[in-house]
Design a protein around this ligand. Sequence first.
Ligand code: TMP
Length: 202
Amino acid sequence: MNSGKYIAFEGLEGCGKSTHVKRLATRLDAVMTREPGGTVVGSMLRNILVDPANTNLSPRAEALMMAADRAQHIAELVSPSLAAGRHVVSDRSVYSSLAYQGYGREQDLGELKKLNDWALNGVWPELVIYIEVPTELLLERLKKRELDRFERENREFFVRVAAGFLQMATEDPTRWLVIDGTPPKDELENVISAAVQERLGI
Ligand code: TMP
């Protein structure tokens, strides 16, 4: 079957992943998308999820809304694109839920994996590119922005999320690629291109 490849970028806010999502999607002529918010319904859920006015969202409601966004994203966009032979490059994926709702909010990882596997109908990203930038540097960068609901979390939250990402990468090295996000953009683009070529042959 002429199936496309499902590639996700992961990393903390401000790590520069959106730039590389665009660049890789352009090089591969891939469908470029994101979670949360890759569909019309997903954009509505995203607005709720990032709105700092929602100060009392329960961790389970947050996890379910992320999973609902993901279920719609897979059904409406990702799976049909892959089946049509298109590659898909996504800014975030199910692994953000394991990192933020699991390690960050300290929800049970086993339960989150089951919930999300169901939401995904078993379609997990084949390659996860993690852009690693020191957490302290990212927290400095955040000071310059208007912050969304997640960005208002404390330092310890982001330290747990970053540690979670790295732990998942260590446990599943054939799926994950950890890239040092500190070099200049063009240099990073070349590193990512070469790694994708080597891993997936595209
Ligand atoms: P963004 O960084 O791509 O704008 O994503 C919005 C926020 O949503 C970001 O702080 C990470 C968070 N997030 C989760 O907490 N769980 C998820 O499953 C996803 C996809 C994102």
